[in-house]
Design a protein around this ligand. Structure first.
Ligand SMILES: Cc1cc2nc3c(=O)[nH]c(=O)nc-3n(C[C@H](O)[C@H](O)[C@H](O)COP(=O)(O)OP(=O)(O)OC[C@H]3O[C@@H](n4cnc5c(N)ncnc54)[C@H](O)[C@@H]3O)c2cc1C
Length: 384
């Protein structure tokens, strides 16, 4: 490491760019180099599941070109550059045959999509969508009137189901759970979202899995464990994400479910930090935008000389299913209590209360979704 080594940020997703922006609010001059495996185009990933609803294709969802970002943030951007290792003792980032010395290194390299090893010859019809490039490839493969099968009924599967129906595509959702978004929503709220998606024309095949995918005509046949066979022209895989930890682990950096960092976003290696989808912050793996923004604000202060710990407020998750607007703020994992339900059709207010009657979490759908801000003020933050 030399005196003039830059701060190096790996990843130009929301975590990397938010951090660079926050640093520039404090410090206009310190040299920053951003390294990314992709094209570095700035976009808001949550918008990927709103393309048809908002009438935008992949280019329409792009917010700023790479050169614009580099100029605005006064930094050097190395695109299509994949990090292959980290030499923590030498403060060097390994880039294949090249290397880059850093003064501080920030890992903001996101999460990998989980890929199911489904038997059959239909793999090329399966599209995971976790970045703008994935979305571009998906939209290119999608033809007018395509029948879309979505594997996974989590937040992303449900949002794509709603969006594709808004684009007038036939949509079938397949998932092993007995409800949609089982790890996020209590049953009344989940069933409200499912009911409204069904009214919109989405077909659900729950409590089953896809056992085999084989080419059939111009599309595929999906053979389900419950004995049914579905026909589709294209398949979205939305079965989950796994924080990218491998390279950090290989470099001797402590990892758990994500790259382990404390509330100052410090890894176990000196001068190496992590935030965003790749990080496990003080035990929390939160693959959402609000947590990474809070982390970016705190880390920018630390990197510019004022060591700061992240303080999460209450962070509700908005579910972008316009047919049934929904918001959820799950209770802490170790919270004792139970869900209470107030319901009028698919307008649901689920409150998670402890024995003292304190509200520790909520899930609201339909007209009750309007109460999300008021409820967010009542529930305790994840950790202050
Ligand atoms: C369809 C969809 C909808 C969503 N909706 C919401 C929502 O409504 N609300 C919400 O809060 N969250 C939502 N999320 C989650 C949210 O978008 C993510 O938490 C967030 O965008 C993650 O940002 P990130 O910068 O950590 O990772 P990413 O955006 O994945 O960025 C990772 C970056 O690292 C780079 N990279 C990876 N490996 C390497 C390497 N080895 N070398 C160099 N570069 C590398 C990549 O090229 C990329 O630039 C949604 C996610 C999806 C997929």
């Amino acid at each position: 490491m030399t005196e003039r080594s830059p701060i190096v940020i790996v990843g130009t997703g929301l975590a990397g760019y938010s951090l660079a922006r926050e640093i520039r609010k404090q410090d206009k001059e310190t040299r920053i180099v951003m390294v990314t495996a992709d094209d570095g185009v700035s976009y808001s990933k949550p918008m990927l599941s709103t393309g048809f609803t908002k009438g935008k294709d992949a280019d329409g969802l792009a917010q700023a070109a790479t050169a614009t970002m580099a100029e605005q943030l006064n930094l050097e951007l190395r695109t299509y550059t994949t990090v292959t290792g980290i030499d923590t003792d030498g403060h060097r980032l390994l880039l294949g045959d090249n290397s880059l010395t850093y003064s501080k290194l920030v890992l903001a390299w996101g999460a990998d999509v989980i890929r199911l090893a489904i038997p059959g010859n239909g793999q090329e019809w399966i599209f995971p969508i976790n970045d703008l490039g994935d979305y571009r490839a998906f939209r290119k493969a999608l033809k007018p009137g395509s029948r879309v099968a979505i594997m996974g009924a989590g937040l992303i599967g449900c949002e794509f189901a709603n969006d594709l129906r808004n684009g007038d595509y036939e949509v079938e959702v397949i998932a092993p759970s007995d409800a949609v978004m089982p790890s996020l929503l209590p049953s009344a709220a989940a069933s409200a979202v499912q009911t409204e998606l069904e009214s919109l024309g989405v077909g659900f095949h729950l409590e089953t899995t896809v056992e085999r995918i084989e080419p059939a005509g111009t599309g595929v046949s999906l053979f389900l464990a419950n004995g049914k066979t579905l026909q589709a022209d294209i398949v979205i895989s939305a079965v989950g994400l796994r924080p990218r930890t491998q390279l950090a682990h290989a470099a001797g950096i402590e990892v758990g479910r994500g790259i382990t960092v404390n509330r100052a976003l410090e890894t176990s290696a000196q001068d190496v930090y992590a935030l965003g989808d790749c990080a496990e912050v003080d035990g929390h793996v939160l693959l959402y935008v609000l947590p990474l923004m809070a982390c970016a604000r705190a880390l920018a202060k630390s990197l510019t000389g004022d060591r700061t710990e992240v303080s999460y407020g209450t962070m509700p998750v908005m579910i972008k299913t316009p047919c049934c607007p929904a918001a959820v703020c799950p209770p802490p994992v170790d919270a004792q209590g139970s869900w209470e339900t107030e319901q009028d059709g698919t307008d649901v207010k689920n409150l998670f209360k402890n024995t003292e009657g304190d509200v520790l979490g909520f899930a609201v759908t339909g007209r009750f979704a309007l109460e999300k801000q008021a409820l967010s003020k009542v529930v305790p933050p994840i950790h202050s």
